[in-house]
Design a protein around this ligand. Structure first.
Ligand code: ADE
Length: 245
């Protein structure tokens, strides 16, 4: 997967892309991240990339020409690249969106700054994505979130194939509780079933706890989750035992 990033602050990407799983994925050639400075597509001695808003108001707006020139330059080499503008006005990033994008071969992520980009840039992007209902100073942290979430679905990126499919959200549920040594810690012990070696019992317990946790913390997710009849029965039981039938 190739990620081409259009940004005014390429250095913001350096360290996060060197560390941990993303660093290794890049070294192994499983992902490629190319950084393009929007300023390089600006004209004039000062290579100005922003200007005052028409109609007045505070803050500066990113000019359309440098961004659109950058997008066109990337597209002329890679017409297949899907162009995504990072913006709080975009489609919310959810695991299903991540899954869809992970099947593509080439993404071009455009990072705007929070005051905004000229509206005409929108005509040149394929979609707009927000990573949440809060405002960042710019799209750079959002682009990093996208790279991270997408990369871990690319085969080979996680050493342990298929681990990502076990994760929170993979089946629309939150993850079950996890434990490691020590068995007892400050009076809190690991649930017996996890020590039993009974894999079926462990799977059942994990499914029940994932359902319970989702019901308690994010009941909104249950509507979109893949639930079997047995899951529905477990949920009914959880509701009954909590006193909410
Ligand atoms: N740029 C500023 N805030 C953002 C957000 N929440 N998501 C994506 N891009 C952004």
């Amino acid at each position: 997967m190739i990620f081409d990033i259009l940004t005014l602050f390429p250095e913001m990407f350096f360290s996060p892309l060197e560390e941990s799983i993303l660093g290794k994925a890049r070294q192994e050639g499983l992902i490629t991240v190319n950084l393009f400075n929007i300023r390089d597509y600006a004209e004039g001695k000062h290579r100005v990339t922003d200007d005052e808003p028409y109609g007045g108001g505070t803050g500066m707006i990113m000019k359309p020409e440098p961004i659109i020139r950058g997008i066109k330059a990337i597209q002329s080499d890679h017409p297949e690249a899907r162009v995504i503008l990072m913006t709080p006005q975009g489609n919310p990033l959810r695991q299903e969106v991540v899954r869809r994008l992970a099947h593509l071969s080439h993404l071009c992520l455009v990072c705007g700054k929070y005051e905004g980009v000229d509206e005409r840039v929108r005509e040149f992007v394929d979609e707009e994505i927000s990573i949440g209902d809060y405002v960042l100073n710019g799209g750079e942290p959002a682009a990093l979130v996208m790279i991270d979430a997408i990369a871990r679905l690319i085969p080979g990126v996680l050493g342990n194939e298929g681990a990502s499919e076990d994760d929170s959200f993979a089946q629309g549920l939150l993850e079950y509780p996890q434990y490691t040594r020590p068995r007892d810690f400050e009076g809190m012990s690991v649930p017996e079933v996890l020590l039993s070696g009974d894999h079926q019992a462990i799977e059942r317990w994990r499914r029940r706890e994932a359902l319970r946790r989702t019901w308690e913390r994010r009941p909104d997710l249950l509507a979109g989750a893949e639930l079997s009849e047995e899951d529905q029965e477990i949920l009914n039981e959880i509701r009954r035992s909590s006193g909410i039938a």
